[in-house]
Design a protein around this ligand. Sequence first.
Ligand code: HEM
Ligand SMILES: [Cu+2]
Length: 638
Amino acid sequence: MSPRDHDRDGPGLTGEALHARLDETWRRKPGFVGWLSSTDHKEIGRRYIVTAFVFLILGGILALLMRAQLARPDSGLIDPDRYNQIFTMHGTTMMFLFAVPVMDAMAVYLVPLMVGTRNISFPRLNAFSYFTYLAGGVLLWIAFALNVGPDAGWFSYVPLAGPEFSPGKRIDIWAQMVTFTEIAALAVAVEITATILKQRAPGMSLARVPLFVWAMLVVSLMVIFSMPSVALTSGMLLADRTVGTQFFNSFEYGDSLLWQHLFWFFGHPEVYIIFLPAAGFVSEIVQTFSRRPTFGYSAIVLALVGTGLLAFGLWVHHMFATGLPRLGYAFYTAASMAVSIPAGIQIFCWIATIWDGRPRFATPLLWVIGFIITFVIGGLTGVMLASVPIDLQLHDTYFVVAHFHYVLIGGAVFPLLGAIAYWFPKFTGRMMSEGWGKLSFWLAFVGFQVAFFPMHFLGILGMPRRVYTYPAGLGWETLNLVSSIGAAAFALALLIFVLNAVLSLRRGAVAGANPWDAPGLEWAAASPPPPYNFPHIPVSTSRTPLWESDPPPVVYGLRVDEKELVLTTVLEGRPDLREPSAEPTLWPLISALAMTAMFVSSIFTPWAVAVGTPPIAAALIAWFWPKNPKVSPEPTIE
Ligand code: HEM
Ligand SMILES: [Cu+2]
């Protein structure tokens, strides 16, 4: 027997022998260095998820501080300067360090499993992206602890954020942190796109791709088109502040509105970059717990794509109060209202699925129902704000704060928590407690409404956002107090959720591979999946493969002594090539460190760019240095 025959998986090599062989090939190196150099998408995804939740908790603590300050009129708990830092840090943390990264993180973990492959494409870039994200977040929070936290709001409008009105380092740090997180998000977008287009299991034609995966494909393309805009604009801001360019200075032929255009060209799609993955979670959860395929698959895919396209046509609705040409008002109002159509289509499809199925009201489905109710309210206030006269009235009041928390928390955090409860057994091998899960859901749902519904009225009564206090006698006292109590209840619910997750890690019931009787390929892997995900690459037979046959049919013939992947054709998912997946290495970490050194010191001197670039280049060259060229992959699988 030639060594080659021996080193393939096949009908002969099964059970323990196969597992041991694959484990040896795919397992990462032991110890701390092994941990730092890991390129396993599950390990990086898990790290990413945990880190994002840490930022959620930090951002949540800031939210509670604000609500404590606003609970009573004329409160002196927090001084105005700290308050400015706190709301800016809260918004920045939630958007840049929690909401987008957590969706990326879920995708990094889930997409390879859902499409039936052994690792994400570009696994080293994946490791790199986590470290850059972490560096950006740590930079921001260290600065905040040192009282140099940014204070110009999470969208840092110029001229307030410009050199004249924001001297010091606060805004520079904000601008660099944005760049870090955008690099991370772009890296993940590229990996996810390539994984979805080229690494799907044999048989998974585009018409069989799970809806969460579809959502992530659309989101990744949106990231690729929108993130450069914010990275560019934060770079221009930094240049204005450090080397005296005048991009945003209207007195020197710059244009301060340019900031808003470039920022919201990213900032509006960002909302859908957060919402569409959540919609993907919902489609998966609804399907499993209604025990029937999601109603209207093609309609949902079209809705996802439609949202992705429309989202780029309405950034200007954030700028209605700046004074625009009349035709602009009409166009962007129409586009803003039109984007509710694809959302509506999806909502009707989900309701139809539940209606027509045999629903089992486990916690994940409860979160979805809470999501539908809350998100619809947020959508309705969104349509109101899309109308220019109403927006001019309510602009920068608490009505807007109510609206965006309805869509961000209702539209993304609720589905996310449902998704964690749903995939928790896959992540950890254990079930989360249903009792504590239901308690956390009900407390969160009620607490959320109590916290944020009154803000609509506060806004209509004229309470502006971003004020650190207000005088008594304006009729705002009771509503603010109620809102703060609701916020505390909501925070308690999140705490219970997190505790439930932590305790279930040890004490939860052992799950098995497919505890919910779910149809997706990720449930064909063990729980938690081994480093190689699947002992044999599964074949997709329909949109709900495990409802056709569990375990699914598999292909044979991959090497077991090398990290080999199957590449398939973009449209039909026919097996095409075998390709080695990159080995783990420390170079992504070293590159990220070199980049961090350059970015952080460039806040202090522009020379850092010149001095800091060669080390980055050296690290990248080492990273991509070709070594032990692999046996060239054979073109087909037999
Ligand atoms: C316990 C839950 C939360 C509470 C009580 C809360 C409360 C608040 C408050 C009081 C403000 C300041 C409003 C102002 O003065 O203008 C605010 C702003 C904001 N929140 Fe939250 N929030 C929560 C969760 C979230 C989450 C989960 C997200 C995003 C995923 C988020 C995103 C934002 C953003 C983007 C801002 C704007 C910040 C700025 O104006 O610069 N919040 N929130
Ligand atoms: Cu918008």
